[in-house]
Ligand binder design. Structure first.
Ligand SMILES: [Zn+2]
Length: 207
């Protein structure tokens, strides 16, 4: 009697991590699994011996099962995008406040109110202090990364809010002007855009 042994190989995927991403196929936030394929030697269709890695890591959408290069995770999710203007506004305001008199009560309460209006629930004086205490370089790197995904009008509005807060305690000092220029650059605005936004803020505050 002959025994038929069926053998072969197939790719088995292992999950490395899970999270939420913006699925290009579904067009929205979906759960994903980051996976790595591995070739297996199979016996009677059952993978028994692991062989080499099969290709690079992939990101698989839980909903549509679409598979993508891990670079897809760099695209912000809708939830992250919704928080981005508020987050950028906090950072822009903190940078500008730091360059002037950040103990000025009127500037501080205005800063807290503007951030709350932008939808950052529970933003208060303590949160402002925490923002003011963040390392300069860290804030700049965060801003540059976040700014890339916002429309120019949204970035101009953020700079304008920061400029108006800087103007609360009187005309802009040289340090405040320099900081607004730096924040504008971090928000990926041109010099012309920055000058325009700052002059509009001056007009509306009567300085
Ligand atoms: Zn999908």
């Amino acid at each position: 009697m002959a025994i038929l042994i069926i053998f072969g190989w197939r790719v088995v995927f292992f999950t490395l991590s899970r999270g939420t991403f913006h699925c290009p196929n579904c067009g929205g936030d979906r759960a994903y699994r980051r996976r790595q394929g591995r070739n297996f030697f199979t016996l009677f269709f059952i993978p028994v011996i692991p062989l080499t890695k099969a290709g690079g890591e992939i990101v698989e959408c839980d909903s549509c099962k679409g598979r993508w290069h891990p670079g897809v995770l760099d695209v912000p999710t809708t939830a992250q995008l919704a928080q981005m203007p508020g987050m950028l506004l906090r950072m822009a305001i903190a940078q500008v406040l730091r360059s002037g008199d950040y103990t000025d009560a009127a500037s501080r309460s205005r800063a807290v109110a503007v951030v709350q209006q932008a939808g950052v629930a529970g933003y208060d004086d303590a949160a402002l202090n925490a923002d003011l205490a963040r390392p300069f370089g860290e804030v700049r790197a965060d801003m540059a990364h976040a700014a890339a995904s916002l429309a120019p009008e949204a970035r101009e509005n953020i700079l304008r809010a920061a400029a108006e807060i800087a103007l609360t305690d009187g005309p802009l000092s040289v340090a405040e002007e320099e900081t607004l220029a730096a924040v504008g650059a971090d928000l990926q605005l041109t010099r012309v855009q920055v000058t325009g936004v700052v002059s509009m803020a001056r007009q509306s505050s009567g300085q």
